[in-house]
Design a protein around this ligand. Sequence first.
Ligand code: HEM
Ligand code: HEM
Length: 176
Amino acid sequence: MSAIRPPERVWDPLVRVFHWSLVSAVLLNQFVLEEGDPPHRWIGYAAAALVGLRLLWGLIGTRHARFSDFWPTPGRVRAHLHAWLRGERPHTPGHNPLGALMMLALMALVLLLGLTGWLQGTDRFWGNEALQELHEGLANTLIVLAGLHAAAAIVMGRIERTRLVKAMFTGTKEHY
Ligand code: HEM
Ligand code: HEM
């Protein structure tokens, strides 16, 4: 039986506030606010601005917040998958390469929602149904992927015996 790892401080306050603010914004726009009304538009822009801030933080932020720490290069993704197939559980204090791919996809979708939302208000695309459907499709894709992402965080936490979700609140990954 191997020794339990000591707790690791991984997520700085900006990462944690970013995460739960983004979650709230997406859920509000998807399920609560009237579609297309000013609160929906402003919350949508706020979500896109949060992603913009996070992208900047990925360049200048703390160690595990930086893209260089977890950027999912094909080599890193392959090595991670191969290790899994061999039955190993590689230890990544920050994001693992697959989680990082998902994170990038979720952030890209939020930016595309901001863009397609904004375009709907321009003269060129006013009332454009294809654009409305694109916006809706992006929103639905985001919700499905976010559901998978949350489920993966819970399942992976159990497999790795690490409190991953709690760490997004406290900043510290506890192992048990
Ligand atoms: C996190 C970002 C966003 C999410 C998750 C989101 C989600 C949604 C959803 C689920 C709908 C309803 C689609 C339908 O069933 O027809 C919708 C509609 C709409 N959204 Fe967003 N949205 C976001 C950002 C924005 C932004 C930034 C704007 C504009 C500045 C915007 C403008 C609109 C408009 C005008 C509609 C009505 C479209 C129609 O008439 O069908 N959205 N959005
Ligand atoms: C709309 C819903 C969600 C979105 C858009 C979203 C987006 C993200 C993003 C962008 C990150 C990367 C954080 C960073 O480095 O800045 C992340 C990480 C994370 N999210 Fe979410 N998330 C959502 C919902 C959830 C929920 C409901 C949970 C809890 C069950 C969750 C748990 C986590 C965890 C544990 C991490 C860190 C993963 C790791 O340890 O590598 N997320 N999420």
